[in-house]
Design a protein around this ligand. Structure first.
Ligand SMILES: NC(=O)c1ccc[n+]([C@@H]2O[C@H](COP(=O)([O-])OP(=O)(O)OC[C@H]3O[C@@H](n4cnc5c(N)ncnc54)[C@H](O)[C@@H]3O)[C@@H](O)[C@H]2O)c1
Length: 331
């Protein structure tokens, strides 16, 4: 019998790429569940689904009844469904709380009444962003640092609050109810087809509009950017390697670069010859971020392969071609 694998939120950026990887590298029976709020039923998605006979179960999973459309048994569930992004957190924090909490709680309760082998929950480096600035923990940062919300009233942190709930929820339901679970905390995953709300496509759009001088928001802040193919490999390893039950893994790269470096390199790729002007960034935006991936390296055999300049070049080229073919900017 083939393994049955469900990707909840599988039409989105990371979910689509995990689906593609599994379809091309494993002989699994794949199902994608999504409401297409963000994930797109575009040509790429439709081609993947058709070519590999992937089952699609469309619906809003904030409604517990939607889960009745799913089977009762899966070997693996990738839990990716979520409302994401700083813009959403700042503009609709109440919806982040409602939707993400409902998705987590409904999935946990569905797992309780179903036969599920293992669930992988996708969390975020935002869970410890406050820890670094408030307590000066070391960078690169390992998994065991305490999680911290610097300002509980700030809308930006609603996303991290829901991801902390998810980490605690999956780890504790799994222990009590007897299914396996693993948490991955992603660190700035990027690549083609990630929508237009992430920093990199946003830069492409701004350069194409001819912004001058080009504002460099948060030029001295640092991030480490993880190319999508590396993030997918790390995620599938976290799901499939033995000994990962109950563990949390930082998935990202240890190449820490400044936002200034990112923007200047992007500008070069976009053939920008104008001037730059440094400017302050979002309040609550962490000053430095870089994961320690020793645990993923030693326990999963995870090794990121795409350096940031290569990944960025591929991503910028993809977005330029996409827009030059007459496609529109979408969310
Ligand atoms: N991309 C990153 O750098 C990053 C970083 C940290 C964490 N994550 C987490 O990884 C996961 C995947 O992220 P992504 O970048 O692919 O985001 P994404 O927005 O592209 O994917 C999320 C998917 O969830 C779906 N979804 C939202 N609400 C739903 C609902 N009510 N019912 C069913 N489906 C619903 C969306 O339509 C979308 O396809 C998310 O949980 C996100 O929080 C991503």
């Amino acid at each position: 019998m083939k393994k049955k694998v469900l990707l909840l939120g599988g039409a989105g950026f990371i979910g689509y790429n995990i689906g593609k990887y599994l379809a091309e590298n494993r002989d699994y029976d794949l199902t994608i569940a999504d409401n297409f709020a963000r994930g797109k039923q575009d040509e790429l998605f439709n081609a993947l689904v058709a070519e590999h006979s992937i089952k699609v179960v469309e619906g809003d999973y904030t409604d517990p009844k939607t889960y009745d459309q799913l089977d009762e048994t899966y070997d693996q569930v990738y839990m990716l469904a979520s409302v994401v992004g700083v813009d959403n957190a700042n503009s609709i924090p109440h919806e982040i709380i409602r939707i993400n909490t409902a998705l987590i709680y409904n999935t946990l309760e569905w797992v309780r009444r179903s036969k599920i082998g293992k669930v992988l929950f996708t969390s975020t480096s935002e869970c410890y962003a406050g820890t670094i600035d408030a307590f000066g923990y070391k960078i690169p940062t390992p998994e065991e640092v305490p999680l911290c919300i610097e300002d509980i009233s700030h809308p930006r942190f609603t996303y991290a609050v829901t991801k902390m709930l998810g980490e605690s929820g999956f780890l504790n339901y799994a222990r009590i109810l007897g299914f396996e679970t693993t948490i991955v905390r992603y660190h700035n995953v990027y690549g083609p087809r990630m929508g237009f709300k992430h920093v990199i496509p946003h830069l492409v759009v701004r350069f194409r509009k001819g912004e001058e001088p080009f504002k460099v928001y948060g030029h001295d802040q640092t991030r480490s950017f993880c190319y999508i193919t590396d993030a997918v490999e790390g995620t599938v390893l976290a799901m499939e390697q033995p000994g990962t039950n109950g563990q949390i893994y930082h998935i990202g790269t240890e190449e820490e670069i400044s936002i200034g470096d990112l923007i200047h390199f992007t500008g070069d790729l976009m053939k920008f010859t104008g001037s730059y002007e440094n400017a302050p960034t979002y309040p609550g935006s962490v000053s430095r971020r870089c994961p320690d991936i020793t645990k993923a390296r030693t326990q999963l055999g995870f090794e990121p392969r795409v350096d940031w300049k290569t990944g960025l070049t591929q991503t910028i080229n993809w977005y330029n071609s996409y827009l030059e073919e007459g496609n529109k900017v979408y969310e």
